[in-house]
Structures are given as structure tokens and as C-alpha cells.
Design a protein around this ligand. Structure first.
Ligand SMILES: [Mn+2]
Length: 291
């Protein structure tokens, strides 16, 4: 049984704790399915991944301590239930202290977390890796659908930076163009270097703390085939990892999620890529904290 992310369950009081929270929610996905199997596949793949990062010369097991929480299996009759059930669970935690790495599941899982942190940090900013802006006002009858997650986040006035965008409805494009103070779009077809992007992001968010919402489909399908809505022309791994390196030392990171992974039978490419992307964020951030 694969119970602990990275096969790490050593508790160290001197290190920050990362709560790994698997939320295999699949209720409103648009096209391909399988996101309910995402968290388990990511945890399983993490057993094969080196904790030492030889590029950064840092080992995640010496930077933070991981607690893998029990799987949250919300009522699938609608994303509204998901929201209340996740909020209920989060009442046991303190947004000022508790760092969550939430594993989806579909993108609807992000809003309860963002809401949790925004109550503590009203100026929270979101970095969203995604092919889609997810700015629909409602989708399939629900305002909490995965296609609306960023609309709900913008409703509460939070700034966001979607990176890797390449599939937007006309309405979403107009909304982005009309709200330059709220959204800084980084389009995949017009991608600046990681360094230039990090500078733009820092200018846009100032000293705000950040939450990262990583939708698997932001990446190119060549390295992330396992997602329900693959879009060609996505981000590659080198660009993403160099972006985090350019961002930190910099804004404080309060929590993150990785969602929309739908594992493909017979291949471990997608879940291994997911683990590498997650580890690169955590290792870069925690190794450069206080530097
Ligand atoms: Mn997406």
C-alpha cells in the first residue's frame, strides 16, 4: 500500500510540515475522465522519485516534513458538496501555519483551499498553471465546476496569474482583457523567458503571499498525456522549473495543489512528471526560504 507521499513519514519538529491531502474528486469533468485516480497515482509514483535534487543540491527530506492525510472522498452529486465538505475539514487547521499540498481530482478542489488561505491573507495572489482560464460564471449548472474555479477566485477580489493559457472562450478572453488589474495572463503562444515572466509576476503581485494551483493540462501533452483535456503547445518541464528558480527567493508560498491528472493505463509518464513538478516547486521554495 502506498500511504506516504515520497515514502517519507519521518516527523521532524524543526522543519515546516507539508500536509499532503489527496482529494480524488471527479464530478464535473468535461471530457476525459480518470481524475479520481490522480492522487493515488501521484503518491505511488512518488515512491520512485529521488528526494535529492542534484541541480539545486538540496534534499526535500531535509527541508520539510510530510504528513499524508487520509483520502477525502467527497459526495459526488455536485461540486457544491465538495466545497462545504472540504471547508468543514479545513476548520481543523490554521491557514497561518498549515501548508497544504492538495492532490486532485478535478480543478474544483482548488477553491476551498484558496478560500481557506484568503481568510488569513486577504491579499493572497494565485499562480495558476493551466491551458484554460477557468473563468466561466457557471458550467453545467454549477458555479463551483472546475471550469469556473478562477471566476470564483476573482469574485473574492484576488489577483491571479494564469500561465500556459491557450484555450479560452471568447467571453473569457474579453474578461481577461477588461481586467488587467486582476489577471496577468501569460499565453503559451507568446511565452517570455522564465526570468522575464518571473519579473512580470513579481511586479504584478508585489509583496502578496502566493498560492499555486497547478492544472496538469498547462504542461504540453508530450510530457503530460494523462489529462482529460489535453491541449497541444503547452509548457515544457525546463521552462516551468526555471520559472520557479527565477521566482525565488521572492513571494511567500502558503500552499499549493496539483489537479486534473488522469493516469493512463500502462504508462507512468504523467504521474512521474506530476511528482517532479511538485518537488521542484517545494525544493526551490524551501531551499531558498530566508535566503
Ligand atoms: Mn485546464
Amino acid at each position: 500500500m502506498y500511504d506516504n507521499f515520497l515514502d517519507l513519514d519521518i516527523k521532524r519538529q524543526d522543519l515546516p510540515t507539508v500536509h499532503v491531502w489527496p482529494v480524488p474528486y471527479q464530478g464535473t469533468v468535461s471530457f476525459g475522465d480518470g481524475t479520481k485516480d490522480g492522487p493515488e497515482a501521484i503518491i505511488k509514483a512518488s515512491y520512485q522519485i529521488e528526494t535529492h535534487d542534484s541541480e539545486l543540491m538540496a534534499d526535500i527530506s531535509e527541508l520539510c516534513t510530510f504528513t499524508t492525510l487520509p483520502f477525502q472522498r467527497p459526495n459526488v452529486s455536485g461540486p457544491g458538496h465538495l466545497y462545504t465538505e472540504m471547508q468543514e475539514f479545513l476548520k481543523n487547521f490554521d491557514a497561518a501555519r498549515d501548508f497544504f499540498l492538495t492532490l486532485g481530482g478535478e480543478h474544483s478542489i482548488s477553491f476551498p483551499l484558496v478560500d481557506f488561505y484568503a481568510r488569513q491573507y486577504p491579499d493572497l495572489a494565485i499562480i495558476q498553471i493551466d491551458a484554460h482560464p477557468d473563468l466561466r460564471q457557471d458550467f453545467e449548472g454549477s458555479p463551483y465546476s472546475h471550469a469556473c474555479v478562477m471566476a470564483r477566485i476573482n469574485d473574492i477580489g484576488l489577483k491571479s496569474v494564469p500561465i500556459g493559457l491557450r484555450s479560452c472562450s471568447r467571453k473569457e478572453s474579453v474578461f481577461i482583457n477588461n481586467n488587467p488589474e486582476l489577471i496577468l495572463p501569460v499565453y503559451a503562444w507568446d511565452l517570455p523567458s522564465p526570468l522575464e515572466t518571473a519579473d512580470k509576476v513579481k511586479n504584478f503581485i508585489g509583496n502578496r503571499p502566493i498560492y499555486i494551483s497547478f492544472d496538469a493540462d498547462g504542461l504540453d501533452p508530450s510530457i503530460m498525456p494523462g489529462t482529460g483535456t489535453p491541449e497541444p503547445g503547452g509548457l515544457n518541464y525546463s521552462w516551468v522549473k526555471d520559472f520557479w528558480k527565477a521566482l525565488w527567493p521572492g513571494p511567500g508560498l502558503v500552499g499549493m495543489d496539483f489537479c486534473e491528472l488522469a493516469p493512463q493505463p500502462g504508462s507512468q509518464v504523467s504521474e512521474s512528471t506530476a511528482v517532479k513538478c511538485i518537488l521542484k516547486i517545494l525544493t526551490t521554495y524551501f531551499s531558498r526560504l530566508n535566503k
